[in-house]
Design a protein around this ligand. Structure first.
Ligand code: MSP
Length: 609
């Protein structure tokens, strides 16, 4: 079966802001999906870009005393740099001020007009410049504030072109009915459906009171509404809308794509799940397969705030941890679709617990240590038919992980994919604990040692593929240490692991530097300091079902701590207390004239000896 094309997009970012963790979240997610699908042999196209028109941008440029075009040109570079730093290998980078985009937006307008869906009328309503969106009276907060930006909306009264959105109420509902996976997660889909069920109003799609936009064809005193302009990026970047045969990219990745996924934040779902499909229906262009709305991140418990400057470009984080670690953390910490917190401290914890002590340790124990000392650093030759139950146990785990992780990646459940893969990492470390290769190395017959090492090495090979979408650089380093070539996704070749035993006997492994070196405490402190994180350990964190149990936040003040009388003593004896499951009776010399007797509730965790 030929693998069919896969197309994935991020929102195009407003250039009035600098790139930050929130933007990075969408972009990394799209890159991970694209890399995953490419590994499976699908032709893939990953698009990101910039939203450069609209009143918000025009005003910001004015504040900066720059011509709008100069302003957006200046703001574009940091986004390109950020995605390069984060190893986000987009195939296209669309800017809405490009000539191709302008032409295609006007072409789409004409198709909608030809359908009879555009008319001119007088208009009066509330407008939020932050959202670049009209608001109904009942959406507004007390004092005519935008519910999202908490800022006053503006009264707009002008003649404008309208799109007959109202006549798409039923077609949209029918489409939703026929495509139950169109919006993810499901709860968000339900919100979209109930919004549409209430009936849609026609949409004003042009403005005359400012200039910074794409002129309406044959009515240049109007500029096209920035959301109609912006949404069209998803096809204009491919050369669409276009007739069959006019634009090969549009044919391949839109017309004939197996899957078209728009990744968006939950705040802009309505535009993508309602307006965009309606525009496309009107123009007679196929609809995307799914709109995936992810949640919002706070940083160290704080919302985005100008004064705190907590949403900084990701550069310093990449410098401190490397792109792959940051990508890993972004995909692992918060369930895709849920809100969550990006916490520098949790990043460090996961780095140590999961990367250094989990995957890194597995690598070190076998490749850097035993294999080198006892088997000349080469991949041993083993007879797979001679393996024991415990070996097959791990192989089965690997197969299950590959199967489940692929399902999760396909469903954009990145955190689940990584959970599954980390179960395999844990199982492999446990396998090493149980088989005790360091003892096997002392035996004259090396057969068992070879079996154990091979089983772990092959597991590592599988891991180097399964983790590649998230940590491409580290995975290729890992492969280099296994003596393998870098992964090179190729169309129509499925590289996902399926056959056990791909690692060739005799391959020379390399014990290079650890993949995830541990930080000591002072390094950790200086990294956090450089990131501007307070050294105090107390940290409010939102509960998140997908993370490990949270540490208690019941910290005491330092003054209270000073009341503690803390002493070190020598345990002279320890005995079980009859009939108690929990208690041990301790006799302790803490410098008193007589030893003290203490009952300690630790018996479930410590043997008396
Ligand atoms: N320009 C529009 C999108 C047009 S798409 C045709 C826009 N731009 S934006 O720059 O304001 O936001 C872009 C994306 O970044 C949105 O998906 C938004 O949800 C996401 N995020 C911005 N801050 C965020 C967080 N703090 N957390 C997660 N995502 C956030 O809207």
């Amino acid at each position: 079966v030929m693998a069919r094309p896969y197309y994935v997009t991020t929102p195009i970012y407003y250039v009035n802001d600098r790139p930050h963790i929130g933007h990075a979240y969408s972009t990394v997610a799209a890159d991970v999906v694209a890399r995953y699908e490419a590994l499976r042999g699908k032709p893939t196209y990953f698009l990101t870009g910039l939203d450069e028109h609209g009143l918000k941008i025009e005003r910001r440029a004015k504040e900066m005393e720059l011509a709008p075009q100069d302003f957006v040109d200046r703001m574009a570079a940091p986004f390109r740099d950020a995605w390069e730093e984060l190893d986000c290998a987009h195939d296209g980078f669309i800017r809405t001020t490009s000539a191709q985009h302008r032409e295609r937006v006007q072409a789409l307008w004409k198709q909608m007009e030809a359908k009879g869906d555009i008319y001119l009328d007088d208009y009066e309503d509330w407008y939020c410049v932050g959202c670049e969106s009209f608001k109904t009276e009942k959406e507004l907060l007390e004092g005519k504030l935008c519910p999202i930006h908490q800022k006053p909306v503006e009264r707009i009264k002008e003649r404008s072109y309208f799109f007959r959105l109202s006549s798409y109420t039923q077609p949209l509902l029918d489409y939703f009915e026929a495509h139950p996976g169109f919006v993810q997660p499901e709860a968000r889909f339900n919100e979209v459906k109930s919004f549409v069920k209430e009936g849609l109003r026609d949409l004003s799609i042009s403005r005359t009171s400012f200039r910074w936009g794409i002129p309406v064809p044959d009515a240049p005193e109007h500029v096209i509404y920035v959301w109609l302009d912006a949404l069209t990026n998803y096809i204009s970047a491919l050369g669409g809308p276009a007739e069959q045969g006019e634009s090969p990219l549009f044919d391949e990745f839109w017309r004939e794509a197996e899957t078209i996924t728009h990744i968006v934040g939950k705040d802009i779902l309505r535009f993508h799940a309602i307006y965009w499909p309606a525009f496309l229906m009107s123009a007679g262009v196929r609809l995307p397969s799914q709109v995936w709305a992810h949640g919002w991140l706070t940083v160290n418990g704080e919302k985005k705030s100008k004064s705190l400057g907590n949403f900084r470009p990701p550069g310093p984080l990449v410098e401190a941890f490397g792109a792959d670690v940051l990508r890993y953390y972004l995909m692992r910490e918060v369930g895709f679709g849920q809100d969550g917190d990006f916490s520098h401290r949790n990043l460090v914890n996961r780095y140590h617990g999961e990367l250094a002590n989990g995957l890194g340790n597995l690598m070190n124990r076998i490749v850097a240590s035993i294999l080198r000392k006892s088997l000349g650093g080469r991949v041993p030759e083993v007879d797979l038919d001679q393996l024991g139950d415990i070996d097959h146990g791990l192989i089965e785990k690997a197969r299950a992980a590959a199967r489940d992780a692929s399902k999760h990646f396909e469903a954009l459940a990145f955190h689940r994919a990584l959970d599954t893969i980390w179960e395999l990492v844990a199982a492999a470390n446990k396998y090493v604990d149980s088989t005790e290769p360091w003892k096997l190395a002392k035996q004259d017959d090396k057969t068992r040692l070879e079996q154990v090492c091979y089983t772990v090495l092959e597991t590592l090979r599988w891991l180097s593929i399964m983790l590649f979408p998230v940590m491409p650089t580290k995975c290729n380093e890992l492969r280099g240490q296994l003596g393998m070539t870098a992964l090179l996704p190729t169309e129509q070749v499925d590289l996902w692991p399926s056959a056990w035993g791909g690692l060739r006997p005799g391959t020379k492994t390399l014990a290079a530097t650890p993949l995830f070196p541990r930080f000591d405490e002072s390094q950790e402190r200086s990294i956090l300091e450089r990131l501007g994180v307070e050294p105090a350990p107390a940290e409010p964190k939102k509960a998140n079902a997908m993370t490990e149990p949270q540490q208690s936040n019941d910290f005491i003040e330092f003054d209270d701590f000073m009341k503690v009388d803390l002493r070190v003593g020598l345990v002279l004896s320890a005995d079980k207390v009859q009939k108690s499951k929990k208690l041990l009776k301790l006799s302790i010399d803490a410098g008193d004239p007589e030893p003290r007797q203490i009952l300690a509730g630790i018996s479930e965790h410590y043997a008396p000896e």
